[in-house]
Design a protein around this ligand. Structure first.
Ligand SMILES: O=C(O)c1ccccc1N[C@@H]1O[C@H](COP(=O)(O)O)[C@@H](O)[C@H]1O
Length: 211
């Protein structure tokens, strides 16, 4: 059984669907280029009535200190997800600035990329193991692209981690079985169109991941 993060939430009905289906992490995207982007005030409204034990994750891509401060003034996030080209030094700075745990996303396309998980594991509190985006992609994540999960078989890192990238209700159980991922993160796999979440797919994903 893996814990679930549903990322890119923009509608109250989908927040409710995720919580009722047992998701432990809800992701709010603070990256204007994303079709899933929200403001700090919108994230605050969406997350106002969450039960205890459900974490609010703020997704940022190479954020400035000013953006982090602006968002955190509006919404009490529990975890900062960094999904850009942040260096280990920048991860440490963001931890110090925000006082929050930081989950660093690392893009994987082949075995050479795995060393980054060890490097970031020294400084980040959590690791997000995602597919590397295609060259020239508009978004550094949220592309519905998977990588070869067999690369992760038998690997262990210094920190808790989540698997992401192209996960769907149909493939998440196999991904968890193969990799042993303790948690999984999904965005486009629970959508009916880019940026439009689907409650039925959210429920099916959570059931499959937690089975
Ligand atoms: O979801 C987005 O719009 C997004 C934008 C910029 C960076 C990351 C983004 N999403 C994250 O990407 C992975 C995988 O998403 P998918 O399931 O393959 O669509 C996931 O961690 C999202 O949090």
């Amino acid at each position: 059984m893996a814990e679930v993060k549903i990322c890119g939430l923009r509608e109250p009905a989908h927040v409710t669907a995720a919580v009722e289906a047992g998701a432990r992490y809800l992701g709010f995207v603070f990256f204007p280029k994303s079709p899933r982007a929200v403001t700090g005030a919108e994230a605050a409204a969406l997350s106002a009535d969450l039960p205890v034990g459900v974490a609010k994750v703020g997704l940022f891509v190479d954020p400035s200190d000013a953006l982090l401060t602006e968002v955190l003034d509006a919404v009490a996030l529990d975890i900062v997800q960094l999904h850009g080209h942040e260096t280990p030094e920048r991860v440490a700075e963001v931890k110090a600035l925000t006082g929050l745990p930081v989950m660093k996303a690392v893009g994987i396309s082949g075995p050479d990329d795995l060393v980054l998980l060890t490097e970031y594991g020294v400084v980040a509190d959590m690791l997000l193991v995602d597919a590397k985006p295609p060259k020239g992609a508009d978004l550094p994540g949220g592309n519905g692209l998977a990588f070869d999960w067999r690369l992760l078989v038998g690997r262990r890192w210094l920190r808790p981690w989540m698997l992401a990238g192209g996960l769907t209700p149909d493939n998440v159980a196999e991904a968890v079985r193969l990799t042993g991922a303790p948690a999984v993160d999904v965005s486009s796999g629970v959508e009916s169109a880019a940026g439009v979440k689907d409650s039925t797919r959210i429920e099916a994903f959570c059931a499959a991941a937690r089975s």
